[in-house]
Design a protein around this ligand. Structure first.
Ligand SMILES: Nc1ncnc2c1ncn2[C@@H]1O[C@H](COP(=O)(O)OP(=O)(O)O)[C@@H](O)[C@H]1O
Ligand SMILES: [Mg+2]
Length: 300
């Protein structure tokens, strides 16, 4: 039996509930811990966390479900667990890199993964030339911190693209500019990785008149089979990001599959309901095996 802590701000959220139930069903002791209420105590030789007035002890595994709005504090809490010698299903460094679209794409592309051609402009004056370098419009402009498709814009003309970048830069919001993969037809593929396996995959299709295929933007999803090449790319991407649990999003382009992003805290609701796969169960069973190895290799 494991003592599992799910780090989540919402005990009632679908993914949290699903992981909670899957842990219980397998006979583990499980708690939902609000990372925002975890107080990090820094003290010589005794890193620990105070939660609801008590020192947290005896945790075997942490499953972080950290929302985008509190990545930094969430990562600090995960780091503290790491320093306490507790296994965490998402490492703090991996969370930080995956949350930053630019860092993520820099790393993947540098290690041979195909991604949509992307750039970040150091200054607005250079944007027109960069758009030309992407073989013109339309281009996709993304806020580095976008989620659920909010802050992802399709600019059909050069002048609109420049105005958008100017507007964001005025508010000091960094953006990336990306080639538009038109042939993807408003669809992308989400593959869910647990350990060294893709346990489920769905195709998400945007509503008509919309290019963003986020389920939060009204997209519909269907079960999808990946090609052998796609599977290889997905697993390699998760591995490069240092993630044992990941949602990898692909765009199917004329040049082959392109990795658009790697999600460190992928939601379970859409993909479990669409595929019927008990992903939470797969995660808990994977952790159970993983922790036995982790503890065996522990030096203290
Ligand atoms: N370069 C692109 N070409 C075509 N469609 C894109 C491109 N980038 C994003 N999209 C569409 O927009 C959606 C949201 O973009 P994404 O980068 O995943 O942002 P978010 O993190 O906010 O979900 C994607 O799921 C995809 O359907
Ligand atoms: Mg996305």
């Amino acid at each position: 039996m494991l003592n599992i802590a799910i780090l989540s701000r919402g005990a009632g959220l679908y993914s949290t509930q699903s992981l909670f139930r899957a842990s219980r069903m397998r006979g583990h002791y499980v708690r939902v811990i609000d990372h925002k209420r975890c107080n990090i105590v820094i003290e010589k030789d005794l890193p620990h966390i105070i939660y609801e007035g008590e020192r947290l002890v005896g945790v075997d595994a942490v499953i972080p479900r950290i929302g985008a709005s509190i990545t930094d504090y969430g990562a600090a809490v995960i780091r503290q667990f790491e320093l306490m010698g507790v296994y965490t299903a998402t490492r703090s460094e991996a969370l930080i890199i995956a949350r930053d679209k630019l860092k993520c794409l820099q790393k993947l592309s540098a290690f041979g993964i195909s991604v949509p051609k992307t750039f970040i402009a150091g200054s607005v004056e250079d944007v027109p030339a960069l758009i030309d370098n992407l073989s013109g419009v339309p281009v996709v402009i993304k806020l580095l911190e976008s989620t659920h498709g909010v802050g992802v814009i399709l600019a059909h003309s050069r002048s609109t693209a420049i105005s958008i970048v100017e507007a964001f830069s005025k508010f000091n919001k960094p953006v990336i500019i990306q080639e538009y993969i038109e042939e993807a037809g408003g669809a992308d593929v989400r593959a869910f990785v647990v350990g060294k396996k893709v346990v489920a995959a769905i195709k998400r299709q945007a509503e008509s008149g919309e290019f963003r295929s986020n389920l939060h933007r009204g997209a519909t999803s269907t079960i999808e089979l990946l090609t052998a090449k796609e599977t290889e790319i997905v697993l390699m991407s998760a591995k490069l990001m240092g993630l044992e649990i990941a949602g990898v999003d692909l765009l199917r382009s004329n040049k082959g599959p392109l990795v658009m992003e790697v999600n460190a805290s992928p939601g379970l609701e859409g993909i479990e309901n669409t595929t019927g796969v008990d992903i939470a169960g797969d995660i808990i069973e994977y952790l159970d095996k993983r922790i036995r190895n982790f503890n065996k290799n522990k030096k203290w």
